[in-house]
Design a protein around this ligand. Structure first.
Ligand SMILES: CC(C)(COP(=O)(O)OP(=O)(O)OC[C@H]1O[C@@H](n2cnc3c(N)ncnc32)[C@H](O)[C@@H]1OP(=O)(O)O)[C@@H](O)C(=O)NCCC(=O)NCCS
Length: 175
């Protein structure tokens, strides 16, 4: 099977409440979370309502071949966003995590105009570390929680040393 399955992102809605709740309470997702406790459906539904109303948060459901396969979240502040992703337990290990992160980066650096994505990953979560590195994130900080970032290409300085369009003509004109 290909390592880059096609995925699409759609905004999460209230109708996703049960599915998102199941993915959140999956044991591997809980181990990966800072808060490892099991969440009740009522508490999760309240969280979802608040989340959908927040202007600084984007919650997506990723679909692949017509099925809901993952959720992803951006928490936005000062031109950057913290990323979090959960692939449905039955769809893990097929390259969907990196594909979702690539789609998220396109949205974040394109339509949302963000400059940087940040991920905080527990040191023992090797599946997540692998997935984020495959999606172009780089480790920038060690510790019990690792920090990885991916920056928008627009932030990089232009490679040419001359002012654009002038340097080369002037240089060749002098010869
Ligand atoms: C971390 C996560 C998003 C990765 O997504 P994914 O679609 O499984 O990513 P990949 O298919 O690229 O697999 C990445 C690595 O996960 C591990 N993996 C493989 N199959 C797996 C499975 N069935 N279940 C769990 N992990 C698996 C492997 O180490 C794999 O690397 P490999 O292909 O070199 O063997 C997903 O496992 C997940 O949702 N985990 C629970 C929540 C979580 O940890 N979120 C991230 C918080 S920072």
């Amino acid at each position: 099977m290909s390592r880059a399955p096609a995925v699409r992102l759609r905004p999460a809605t209230r109708e996703d409440v049960a599915r998102l709740w199941q993915w959140r309470n999956d044991p591997q997702t809980r181990r990966a979370s800072l808060d490892e406790s099991e969440i009740s459906l009522e508490a999760h539904a309240r969280w979802l309502e608040q989340t959908l109303a927040r202007p600084d948060r984007r919650l997506y459901v990723a679909t692949s071949t017509g099925k809901d396969v993952a959720s992803a979240r951006l928490d936005i502040a000062a031109g950057e966003a913290e990323v979090s992703v959960t692939v449905a337990p039955e769809h893990r290990g097929r390259g969907l995590g990196p594909a979702v992160l690539q789609a998220l980066a396109r949205d974040a650096f394109g339509a949302l105009g963000l400059a940087r994505l940040v991920a905080r990953i527990k040191r023992d979560n090797t599946a997540s570390l692998t997935a984020f590195e495959r999606a172009g994130f780089c480790l920038v900080e060690e510790g019990p929680v690792l920090m990885l970032i991916r920056e928008s290409r627009r932030r990089r300085p232009p490679p040419a040393q001359f002012p654009r369009g002038r340097g080369r003509q002037e240089a060749s004109g002098r010869r």
